[in-house]
Design a protein around this ligand. Structure first.
Ligand code: ZN
Length: 204
């Protein structure tokens, strides 16, 4: 099956099959790209070591959860001075290395977490077919490209639960826009104080 407007894919990727389970729509996709860039050198390689499957979640389709079965290569790096002998094929515009979400789903999850915070994002996501935990929404905030701190005029802090009743962190917010600016790993006075000092140095 060629690619479809319902699920546009980057060049070199092709939909092989679509099947339905009780839980989700599964879409098998394979990569036909002839070379991949070594993450260390970085030189292109056409030398195939093996194939493997990744199963990232994709944006939902008509309220149905969509999971890809993505067949990609492992390649040899033939550059003699390179320490990386074997590396997985990279699809940087589509899914980050080791990510369980495609990049376009990650972007949506980040936007939902930023707008509704983890709990609201997870609740809305479940209705849309994005079945992810609150922790995934929370962690997605850590991947944000944060706004330049020197553009924030009025800052504040709030806390959030990594694990309710056990582990809490601190979120720094822009009080004018209500955007999350940074996350701190705990809510200890020293950590928050250090955060404030770094903010002041940054004209916050
Ligand atoms: Zn290399």
């Amino acid at each position: 099956m060629p690619t479809t407007p319902l699920l546009p894919l980057p060049d070199g990727l092709e939909i092989i099959a679509v099947s339905m389970t009780e839980k989700e729509l599964q879409v098998r996709v394979t990569s036909h790209r002839v070379s991949s860039i070594c993450p260390q050198c970085p030189k292109p390689s056409r030398s195939i070591h093996s194939y493997y499957r990744r199963k990232p979640l994709e944006l939902p389709c008509a309220g149905q959860t969509v999971r890809l079965e993505l067949s990609v290569k492992k390649c040899f790096c033939r550059e003699k001075t390179c320490p990386q002998k074997i590396f997985p094929e990279r699809l940087p515009e589509f899914v980050e290395p080791s990510s369980r979400l495609t990049s376009r789903l990650r972007t949506i999850v980040q936007a939902m977490a930023g707008a509704f915070h983890a709990k609201g994002g997870a609740r809305l996501g479940a209705q849309l077919g994005i079945r992810l935990s609150r922790m995934t929404y929370l962690r997605s905030l850590l991947r944000f490209s944060l706004s330049p701190v020197d553009q924030v005029k009025h800052g504040g802090v709030d806390d959030f639960a990594w694990k309710r009743g056990k582990s809490y962190g601190t979120v720094r917010v822009d009080l004018d826009t209500h955007d999350s600016i940074d996350l701190l790993p705990d809510r200890e006075a020293t950590t928050v104080s250090t955060g404030w000092k770094s903010m002041r140095k940054s004209k916050w």
